[in-house]
Design a protein around this ligand. Structure first.
Ligand code: ZN
Ligand code: CU
Length: 481
């Protein structure tokens, strides 16, 4: 029987997101769903696209983003869209725009996702509503951040929360979950949550457990106490019986280079008894707010933005300090509030972690500042081009699986992450020979090569370099259990 589809891809190399070997076939889209996959030679499409040797894959899911504000107001989300990303998970590292009453002073790292103009959502529901009223370009799966909750209910953050403050946080957390938050994140490394003991987190996780939402953590430590922090994370999540994702797993600082040999074994062990996943980005430098304690572990630090000294954007911190004839710490004082790129990982660990079969891909890109870390624009094509095709650390199919099916299963994004009949039509058409990141530390705002078309919920949003003026993204809310 012949059908007419809205979109019909003919003779494409289908990589379906399961990790299965690619196959040549046709894919028909009707409305916002994929309605057929196979041999559709007797069917027609209102719009037909010839494969020409290109790969059709599920749209990439960026599981670790700070796009909370970028997704608002129908922004085209160009850094992500042009990589083939169709869904972003926001609210990571303990920070989310909601719920926070406007006018509260924004401590770092809350300022990496927005300024006081963006922190305008006193309830989680009001944030979700803003996204729904002006739909985002890409799908947005929102999480709520522990540090945001702490800032919302505590007068000072250099201590553990009292039991009445924990109760208030539980209420805010519940409101977020009821409004569709898919998860809860902590950033125990950062000053606003550093003094939160595991018991405080555990009480909140117990609330989470009742909802089926996920827990992600930027751990207390990623350098000299990396293994202790992994154990703490496994234990708290295990005690509350919630699924856990360790964010941007890395081994920071010279003393700890090579440690991924041990840490990945810890993941193998713990995964036998509880749900634990991890994500990573394909670079040896990290990025965050400018913090003196992070500078200590680094070979080199670049300033991404500085409010009082924008002339320093993109410059080397040590050079600036030398020029000002001050110590590094004094220079930091003058530059704040500011952001930085930190060179503190070994390529050997990055490769080992990226190619670990259970690692998902999360850009951790920070869409703020004049010279953002290149991961914002390059993460997904870099994994496919450099790490899969050129270095052959994994097959293209396995690389795609990490950024699609595995991510959708872990974050429980229903009917996403696969090219299969009945799934939402989030897809990317790319050239596996040409795909590559072009963004560098020097010129970070550069589109990737090799992305031909991006489809979000059945709507073509990017085609041969042109961003079409649509906002087909949906808020992916947690479906209740
Ligand atoms: Zn983080
Ligand atoms: Cu992050």
């Amino acid at each position: 029987m012949s059908e007419t589809y809205d979109l019909l891809f003919r003779n494409v190399r289908i990589i379906d997101g399961t990790g299965a070997v690619e196959r040549i076939g046709d894919v028909g889209v009707f409305g916002n769903r994929i309605s057929a996959v196979g041999n559709l030679s007797s069917s027609r499409g209102t719009r037909e696209i010839e494969g020409r040797g290109l790969v059709l894959a599920p749209g990439f899911i960026d599981v670790h983003t700070h796009d909370d504000a970028l997704a608002l107001d129908g922004n085209p989300m160009e850094p992500k869209l042009t990589q083939g990303v169709t869904t972003v998970v926001v609210g990571n590292c303990g920070i989310s725009l909601a719920p926070l009453k406007p006018g509260i002073p924004l401590l770092p790292p809350l300022n990496i996702i927005g300024g006081s103009d963006e922190y305008r959502f006193p309830t989680f529901r009001s944030y979700v509503k803003a996204l729904e009223e002006k739909p985002p370009a890409l799908n947005v799966a929102p999480m709520v951040g522990h540090s945001t909750l702490r800032v919302a209910v505590m007068d000072r953050l250099d201590r553990a929360a009292t039991s009445s403050e924990i109760t208030q946080m539980e209420e805010l957390l519940q409101e977020a979950l009821d409004s569709g938050a898919i998860g809860f994140s902590t950033g125990l490394y950062y000053p606003p949550a550093r003094e939160a003991p595991p018991e405080e987190v555990l009480t909140l996780l117990k609330r989470l457990a009742l909802s089926g939402a996920i827990y992600t953590t930027h751990m207390r430590n990623e350098d000299d106490f990396l293994e202790d922090s992994l154990r703490e994370s496994f234990d708290t999540a295990g005690a509350a019986d919630v699924p856990l994702v360790i964010s941007h797993h890395k081994c920071m600082g010279k003393n700890n280079h090579g440690l991924s040999m041990q840490t990945l074994k810890m993941f193998d062990e713990v995964r036998k008894k509880q749900l634990v996943g991890l994500d990573a980005y394909p670079y040896t430098a990290g990025s965050s707010a400018l913090l003196p304690e992070m500078v200590e572990q680094c070979e080199r630090v670049l300033i991404t933005w500085s409010e009082p000294h924008p002339e320093c954007n993109g410059r080397d911190l040590a050079e600036v300090a030398q020029e000002w004839d001050t110590t590094i710490n004094d220079a930091i004082e003058h530059l704040l509030p500011a952001g930085a790129v930190y060179f503190h990982m070994a390529e050997e660990d990055v490769q080992r972690i990226i190619s670990y079969p259970h690692t998902m891909i999360g850009s951790d890109g920070i869409p703020r500042g004049a010279r953002p870390h290149p991961r914002l624009w390059g993460t997904f094509p870099r994994v496919l081009g450099r790490y899969a095709r050129d270095l052959k650390l994994m097959s293209l199919e396995n690389a795609v699986h990490k950024m699609t099916g595995l991510a959708a299963e872990t974050f429980r994004l229903e009917d996403r992450g696969y090219v299969a009949e009945g799934k939402f039509a989030d897809m990317v058409l790319f050239d596996p020979e040409m795909i590559d990141d072009t963004a560098t530390y020097e010129t970070p705002e550069m589109r990737a090569n090799g992305i031909h078309m991006v489809v979000v919920n059945g709507t073509v949003l990017l085609e041969e370099g042109f961003i079409l003026d649509h906002s087909p993204g949906k808020v992916l809310k947690r479906t209740s259990h």
